[in-house]
Design a protein around this ligand. Structure first.
Ligand code: GAL
Length: 449
């Protein structure tokens, strides 16, 4: 039976638990059968996770299925959010049933309240053109979109791996659109900053780089090798062809300058690269963060003049302990802090890996700059207090963040590499304890609207 028919079946028999279970089994069987025949159809509608009763979620429940307004689990992984006008747009990787490779492209969902999401379709499509950078079957990860106020364009950056080359290419890709939901036009992909040294490499540092030679290291991961990586061993290796660019995010600062933050140097060092005024290229100014520190999955926000960056270690799809860094300048120096997560599985980022931190400025929403006036803020905070997993302290912090008019939401992915389409989301509010961000697990909560 075609999965779409089964989806219909599932919708028609909402209240009948047994039928639903049977349908689920049939759906999985159908998907396995069609996959075996090599002809499974990878669209949003064939998702067995679509067996949701609830297309109207009452709260954010991290780790659970998150139905869109058609009851289908949201398919926008490793994503990021852009607020434009009074609408939030969620861009992410479309994941297929049996592969993490890009068979569809980057999806886009829209919402007014961060809870109820409408599927706007595919924002950036892969192509069937043989040899194209974004040929179907390539790897597209961690897409992020920012809006350029001057050009009035939506600029998408993502991590790209060329089809059939594993994770070797280590490129970033750039696409552009005139409307938030796309279609985005692919512009180019490349390695980063070829022929350019990081800002902090002055005469002294370059003299050390001159002495570095990979052939001197019979073994990697020794203290001497890590020191050489710190000093620029891999920057030097990749200097002619460009620096590797994998896990990434984008950040637009208060002054309108934008930055591309990505795992480079075999995922050993993060780079922060300044973007040109049109947000479509690097300017060539870049800095290294935590050299040889092995960080992935960067997500960033700025609070009271301090930049906070949350990252993960490098264990592929497996979760590990989150790391946190701060700096009062985007150019560093960056200081490392303890894991900000609190609660069950805090030592494994609650089973997830960071992808984005959303800043919501409620004062701009209320002043009309963003369009939608807020409901009574304090009554929404009070209902937050009631639903915040009996955690009085965190509820107080929530009220506090409303009073400050700015809320930060930490977003992470719980990957399911054997069934990628079924990957889950973690969204949790960021609170502050002794001046530092913390992320407390909550079974369910609602953003302050
Ligand atoms: C993770 C990374 C993901 C994906 C995965 C592949 O560490 O954050 O975006 O690249 O590895 O194994």
């Amino acid at each position: 039976m075609h999965p779409r028919i089964l989806k219909k079946l599932a919708t028609d028999t909402r209240s009948q638990h047994c039928t639903r279970m049977l349908t689920a089994a049939l759906l999985v069987a159908a998907s396995v059968m069609s996959a075996t025949a090599g002809q499974f159809e990878e669209t949003d509608r064939t998702n067995p996770s679509a067996l949701q009763d609830d297309a109207n979620p009452a709260a954010i429940r991290s780790g659970e299925l998150w139905p869109d307004d058609e009851g289908v689990h949201i398919n926008a992984h490793g994503g990021g959010i852009l607020k434009h006008g009074d609408t939030f747009y969620w861009y992410g990787e479309h994941k297929a049933e049996h592969t993490s490779n890009a068979l569809v492209g980057v999806t886009c969902y829209s919402s007014k309240d961060l809870l109820h999401w409408h599927n706007c379709g595919v924002a950036l499509s892969v192509t069937d053109e043989h040899g194209h950078d974004i040929e179907r079957g390539c790897i597209i990860e961690r897409p992020k979109v920012i809006y350029n106020n001057v050009t009035k364009k939506f600029c998408m950056w993502f991590h790209l791996e060329l089809k059939g080359r594993g994770y070797d290419a280590a490129r970033y890709g750039v696409a552009v659109a005139s409307r938030p939901e796309g279609p985005f036009k692919f512009l180019y992909s490349q390695r980063a900053d070829a022929g350019t040294w990081p800002l902090e490499f002055g005469e002294k540092e370059l003299a050390v780089v001159d002495t570095l030679n990979a052939a001197n290291f019979k073994q990697e991961w020794t203290p001497a090798w890590l020191k050489a990586v710190d000093e620029g061993l891999i920057v030097k290796r990749d200097f002619p062809k460009g620096q590797m660019s994998r896990d990434m995010t984008l950040y637009v600062d208060d002054d309108g300058k934008a930055y591309h933050i990505f795992s480079s140097e075999e995922n050993l060092t993060l780079h922060i690269a300044e973007l040109t005024a049109d947000y479509l290229h690097h300017t060539g100014r870049y800095t290294r963060v935590a050299p040889a520190g092995h960080n992935e999955a960067p997500a960033i926000f700025k609070h009271d003049g301090t930049y906070w960056m949350i990252t993960s270690g490098c264990t592929g799809w497996e979760p590990n302990e989150a790391r946190m860094f701060s700096s009062t300048s985007i150019w560093g120096p960056w200081t490392q802090h303890a894991n900000p997560c609190r609660g069950p599985k805090a030592e494994k980022t609650f089973g997830g890996q960071s992808t984005f931190i959303l800043t919501i400025d409620h004062s701009s929403l209320r002043s009309g700059a963003g369009g939608t006036p807020l409901n009574n803020e304090h009554s929404s905070s009070i209902s937050n207090v009631q639903s915040a997993s009996n955690n009085v302290q965190s509820s107080i912090n929530n009220v506090q963040s409303s009073i400050n008019n700015v809320q930060y939401i930490f977003m992470a992915d719980i990957w399911r590499p054997r069934h990628p389409i079924d990957a889950r989301y973690i969204w949790l509010p960021i609170e502050f304890e002794e001046g530092k961000p913390i992320i407390r697990w909550r079974e369910e909560w609602k953003p302050d609207f």
